[in-house]
Each structure stands twice: as C-alpha cells, then as structure tokens.
Design a protein around this ligand. Structure first.
Ligand code: DC
Length: 219
C-alpha cells in the first residue's frame, strides 16, 4: 500500500487540529501539527521579553529551538529544548504571539526544513495554514477545512467561557485577518485542495469523509 501525505489547512477553530489528529489515528499516520511550532516560538519570544514585531530576534529564537514530537494514544506532546511545552502553548496570549511571529519570513524559513523533513516519505497528516500551498505542495491529499466565524467563535468560547463571546469572536476575526493578509505564506485554500465547510457537521463526519478520500488514494 502506498502511504500518502495529507495536508490540512484552515483558520483557527475550524476543527482542523482535532480532525487531523483523528485522521492520523485512524490511518496509523504520523501527526505533525505545525501550529505548535509557531506557538512555541511565540512562547519563547514572550519569555525572553523580546518584541514579537522584531523579526531578527524572533528568527534567532526560532532557529535556537530543538523540537521533539511524540504522538501516542491519539495525543501529541511537544518538547522544546528538552522541556514539555504541550500545555503552556495552548494559552490565548501564546496563540496571539504565534500569529504575530508567524508573519516573519525569517521565522517561517527557520521552521520550513524541519516541517518538510517530518513529512518523510508519506504516512503523515500535517496541519497548519500553508501546508498545501508552501510546505508540502506535492501532498497527495489537500484539505481546506473552514467553518463560519460564528461557529468557530462558539467552539473557541466553549474552551474559554470565562471570557465574553464577543471578545472571543473579535480576537478570532483579528487572527483570521492577520493569517490571511501576511505577505509570506498567507492562509489560503490551495487550488488543488478539497474545501470542506464543517459548519453544522460533527468532527466524526468530517474525519470519515477525509479517511475515505485518503483510502481511495492509498489503494
Ligand atoms: O493552528 P494554531 O492556532 O495552533 O496556529 C497558531 C498560529 O500559528 C496561527 O495564528 C498562525 C500560525 N501558523 C502559521 O502561520 N502557519 C502554520 N503552518 C501553522 C500556524
């Protein structure tokens, strides 16, 4: 059987992280969540007290991080320079810093080689914003997962109910704008990607659809 590379792109809270994890689990593929890399760079920039707008500082920090990923039992853990940062990178401030450092070409190029090498020779599900367009342009299956802003804001709000729905929605819209308008590798649907709108769909329905597409290509 031919093992393939599956690229999953989409905006924040589109469900792509969960979908990518489940698809990898069902197919027995390696999961590479590239958002965790940008989040870790954001975390380390904040910790170092550097400005997220300072490209040279952000790129230097990105290049200094040694990543290690472990995907077991459907859970992904990420180590940066020997420290498990899996939980800490999930915070809202780190997410905002990730989006800000991700605009810098120097940061993106520092992570690109690692991302490509993790794709190996297939048998991988990689999720992010620019996987189908830049990182793995030859991926056999490209998915662009979207959902309405309201639906995505509702999903995110469920994880952050201490905040107002309006604040969560506004922040998501700002993140969307930043991710789609940056000069280098902006979030967009690759020409040869299959667009899935998950508004009103369950995660399992989306997973089933993608797994069926993958199995057809794999045979
Ligand atoms: O998917 P996520 O929310 O964990 O990603 C965090 C930020 O990282 C996101 O706002 C944009 C950036 N990112 C990126 O620019 N390119 C990727 N391939 C993945 C994430």
């Amino acid at each position: 059987m031919r093992e393939i590379a599956i690229a999953v792109d989409g905006p924040g809270s589109s469900g792509k992280g969960t979908v990518a994890r489940r698809v990898a689990e069902v197919l027995g593929y390696q999961l590479v969540d590239t958002g965790t890399m940008y989040r870790t760079v954001g975390l380390f920039v904040l910790r170092a007290g550097e400005d997220v707008r300072d490209e040279a500082a952000c790129a230097r920090i990105a290049a200094s991080i040694q990543f290690r990923f472990a995907f077991a039992g459907g859970a992904l853990s990420i180590e940066a320079n020997g420290e498990d940062v899996s939980a800490e990178i999930r915070g809202e401030a780190v997410g905002a810093a990730a989006s800000a450092v991700a605009v810098h070409p120097g940061v993106r190029s520092a992570l690109l080689g690692l991302q490509r090498s993790l794709a190996g020779h297939g048998g991988v599900v990689m999720d992010g914003r620019d996987i189908g367009t830049v990182v793995l342009p030859n991926a056999e299956l490209k998915i662009y997962l979207d959902a309405s802003l309201d639906e995505r804001a509702r999903r995110r709000w469920k994880e952050h109910e201490e905040r107002s729905f309006e604040a969560v929605k506004e922040e998501l819209a700002a993140r969307d704008y930043q991710d789609t308008h940056r000069a280098v590798a902006p979030l967009r649907c690759a020409d040869d990607a299959i667009r899935i709108d998950s508004t009103g769909l369950t995660i399992e329905a989306v997973v089933k659809h993608i797994v069926a597409l993958a199995r057809a290509l794999r045979a």
